[in-house]
Design a protein around this ligand. Structure first.
Ligand code: RIB
Ligand code: CA
Length: 316
């Protein structure tokens, strides 16, 4: 039976691939809805992008819920420098088709609470690939849902890799470090895909070409999007491709053998200063803090990209 998931995201190019990979994998995953948060770009744009991606995949039957437009305490930080002004700029300049279906009326936080409460305990998996504001607010409003979740799978943080928005912090955590700290301290069963593993998943020219040529109709569009997405990180890191962060969460749910990790304690630094938003991972267990996350540290990039290409081709 397919795992029932909710995806809280801030599309964004890599969120887009995560969404499409989930839609292309009905045998493993039932995507119940998209909860959207401000992050890569402002909320109105991330919501529009989520709706556009469902239209691209012919799946506007899946509802989109708008969530929190800004972090709990700090000012909003966005990443147009990476994702372009729309949040889904493409190499060709082409834009995705306009959606027909409006955004749902219910707030994403309320949807998260209602869906998790109404489903049998342990049935819903929550995946979060943006700042954790919606998740933290839902946990604060309804702490009973924490133990009802099957698990929470997060793209965010960095144990040993430097940060990508500051030298210490990864973007999703940095945008709302207070939300992230609340989530990591909530007791939820948490798996963390941080930069330690996502920086192994580089969109190299052969992989991008394979998506374009063998990913079907949707793969062609994705390759055009990733062509733009590659530009900033290739310039920044000097690598032969940008890291494809968010789909790691979905690929792991489809095939856990793609990745490996280790349980450890993760603390989120919420002190103003150069380490704000850092995820301090106790790799060697030198504190007496109980592990609160499975931190994924390694992945098979070739199999990861082969899975993405093969599945995108299934979206007719
Ligand atoms: O640091 C990378 C993460 O921040 C990804 O989820 C990207 O989409 C942005 O949200
Ligand atoms: Ca994201």
């Amino acid at each position: 039976m397919a795992r029932r998931i909710l995806l809280d995201c801030d599309p964004g190019h890599d969120d887009a691939v995560a969404i499409l990979l989930a839609l292309a994998s009905p045998a493993e995953l039932e995507l119940l809805g998209l909860c959207v948060v401000g992050g890569n770009v402002k909320l109105d744009a991330t919501v529009l992008n989520a709706r556009k991606l469902l239209a691209l995949a012919g799946r506007e039957d899946i509802p989109v819920y708008a969530g929190c437009p800004r972090p709990m305490l700090r000012e909003m930080v966005t990443a147009e420098h990476v994702h372009g002004d729309t949040g889904l700029d493409s190499g060709s300049g082409r834009e995705l088709p306009e959606p027909d279906t409006p955004v749902a009326n219910q707030h994403a936080v309320s949807l998260l609470i209602d869906t998790i409460r109404q489903a049998p305990a342990g049935e819903i998996t929550l995946v979060a690939t943006g700042p954790l504001t919606n998740v933290a607010v839902a946990f604060a409003m309804a702490p009973d849902i924490i133990d009802r979740l099957h698990e929470l799978v997060v793209m965010g943080g960095a144990g040993f890799e430097p940060g990508n928005i500051t030298p210490a912090a990864e973007f999703n955590i940095f945008v709302d470090p207070h939300a992230a700290r609340a989530v990591f301290e909530s007791g939820v069963k948490l798996t963390m895909f941080g930069l330690d593993v996502t920086h192994q998943m580089l969109i190299t020219p052969p992989r991008l070409k394979n998506i374009a040529e063998n990913g079907g109709r949707v793969g062609e569009v994705v390759a055009d999007l990733l062509d733009f997405f590659n530009q900033y990180d290739i310039g920044k890191y000097g690598w032969d491709g940008a890291p494809l962060h968010d789909p790691c969460t979905i690929a792991w749910l489809i095939d856990p053998t793609l990745f490996e990790g280790r349980a450890m304690h993760v603390a989120v630094d919420t002190n103003e200063g150069p380490s704000l938003g850092r995820t301090v991972t106790d790799w060697f267990g030198v504190t007496d803090a109980e592990p609160n996350a499975m931190v994924i540290t390694k992945g098979d990039a070739d199999r990861f990209f082969a899975l993405i290409t093969e599945r995108l081709a299934l979206l007719k």
